[in-house]
Design a binder for this molecule. Structure first.
Ligand code: NAD
Ligand code: UGA
Length: 433
């Protein structure tokens, strides 16, 4: 059993802290957001993540998981301080490290025992050294016995607990191999490959992994656009490609492109780092351009089909950036909605979990309580997120409700033939229309 402090109780910090507690450690999850911590103490989750509420409750009851806003309490005798604060996009796409700095400064100011600082946030290459410098400088008169280990996180929202508990690999980077080995001990019971490397390489592995996954998606989206012109079906193309083990099936679903709190900011941050150090990241630029264009193409197709979008009622199904999360940060739906509104369209929308977030982020969208309300009087329906509950809609009812039976299936969720039987004009992504 180890004593762990997790700084930042967001998607990553809360899942990491809860899972470490479940593995038998004593974990203090700390956040500067008092409201978030108060709610967590009452058992109210600040995010929607399948299985999380129950796991939190079990570990709180067992006394292994404690939520706090008090740094002194959380860091007291902690052997490990995991930094899991946000690293959003700043100027020119550079990662904003103000929250990481604040966490490092608190550790420097409050800790008086040996500690391993573990960087779980996604941070630019060199940040581990920078964090060590911050701590060293602040403790100039009274040196602290500490090490910094980079431990990038690879979990996905929507399947975060499973991803944490059954990881493909754990990556650890440090100038001190012994410190990295101590962090490795925390993961031993997961029985997965553990790679120990240097700090900068570990930090780079995280960016390279996210950029590669984003590249796969942009690649298949480019293929989809070519398929549309040539009369091929990108879903089958992806299937045929994926059977080659060197390619694999994952991340070859064509659609509205990648969104979320990570791919967009991480690809941008990596490109920024590259430019800053004199290389020209042409592939990364193309990957981002294709992604942006993917949203525009949908709006162009709708405009072409409807003549003009001015005063047309467009229904959007799904707002979160992917299913099984309430996270709408950089969701493709947001960009599509923005482009539709710029063209004068009236937008209605529904999402199974993201309505609360949508209320503040999308004040000009008419939010509905179910898919049928969205369809009522609509000139077109756009599927932006492939939630399970959208798989089996009553299309006969929807056909009766819509003003114009046009469907833009942005995630290739539905069977075109079936929809055509109900009289819909169906557009998918990269499928013959
Ligand atoms: P988030 O925005 O959900 O949570 C960050 C939390 O940190 C917030 O609750 C905030 O109040 C808190 N915080 C900010 N400054 C603080 C401070 N000084 N002390 C204590 N708490 C503080 O962010 P997230 O999505 O969990 O991402 C965190 C990091 O992990 C990012 O670098 C991200 O790129 C990376 N990451 C995220 C995911 C994901 O799926 N969301 C996956 C892998 C890696
Ligand atoms: C992604 C990575 O998959 C995680 O490994 C990583 O830890 C995380 O980013 C991070 O660094 O934050 P996440 O953003 O939660 O995880 O979700 P993904 O499942 O990767 O989906 C990202 C986006 O790509 C979504 O908008 C999704 O709809 C889109 N996507 C995904 C596609 O368009 N096609 C695909 O085939 C797969």
């Amino acid at each position: 059993m180890s004593k762990i402090c997790v700084i930042g109780t967001g998607y990553v910090g809360l899942v990491t802290g809860t899972c470490f507690a479940d593995l038998g450690n004593e974990v203090h999850c700390l956040d500067i957001d008092h409201q978030r911590i108060e709610k967590l103490k009452q058992g109210i989750m600040p995010i929607y993540e399948p299985g999380l509420e129950q796991l939190v409750s079990q570990n709180v009851k067992a006394g292994r998981l404690i939520f706090t806003t008090n740094y002194e309490e959380a860091l007291e005798s902690a052997e490990f301080a995991f930094i899991a604060v946000g690293t959003p996009s700043g100027v020119d796409g550079e990662a904003d490290l103000q929250y990481v700095r604040a966490a490092a400064e608190k550790i420097a100011d409050l800790v008086d025992h040996p500690i391993i600082v573990v960087n779980k946030s996604t941070v630019p290459v060199g940040t581990g050294d920078w964090v060590a410098d911050i701590i060293r400088k602040r403790r100039a008169g009274k040196p602290l016995d500490f090490d910094v280990v980079s431990n990038p996180e690879f979990l996905r929202e929507g399947s975060a607990i499973n991803d944490f508990m059954y990881p493909d690999r754990i990556v650890l980077g440090s100038v001190n191999r012994e410190a990295a080995s101590k962090v490795a001990q925390l993961y031993l019971s997961l029985r997965c490959p553990i790679m120990i490397t240097d700090l900068r390489t570990a930090e780079m592995i995280k960016y390279a992994s996210n950029a590669f996954l984003a590249t796969k998606i942009s690649f298949i989206n480019e293929m989809a656009n070519i398929c549309e012109e040539l009369g091929a079906d990108v879903r089958q193309v992806a299937q045929g490609m994926g059977m080659d083990k060197r390619i694999g099936h994952a991340f070859l679903d064509a659609g509205l492109g990648w969104g979320g709190s990570c791919f967009p900011k991480d690809v941008k941050a990596l490109a920024h780092m590259a430019v800053l150090h004199g290389t020209s990241p042409q592939l990364l630029q193309a990957v981002m351009d294709i992604n942006r264009n993917q949203r525009r193409r949908v709006v162009l197709r709708l405009r072409k089909a409807l003549g003009s979008l001015d005063e047309k009622v467009i229904g959007v199904l799904g707002l979160s950036f992917k299913p099984n999360t309430d996270d709408i940060r950089e969701a493709p739906a947001l960009e599509v909605i923005h482009l539709l509104q710029v063209e004068g369209a009236i937008v209605k929308a529904y999402d199974p979990q993201a309505m609360e977030a949508a209320r503040t982020m999308l004040p000009k969208v008419h939010l509905c309580s179910n898919p049928y309300e969205v369809a009522d009087g609509a000139d077109a329906l756009v599927l932006a997120t492939e939630w399970n509950e959208f798989k089996q809609l009553d299309f006969e009812r929807i056909a009766g409700l819509m003003r114009n039976k046009l469907i833009m299936d942005g995630r290739n969720l539905w069977d075109p033939e079936r929809l055509r039987q109900y009289g819909f004009t169906y557009y998918g992504i990269g499928r013959p229309s």
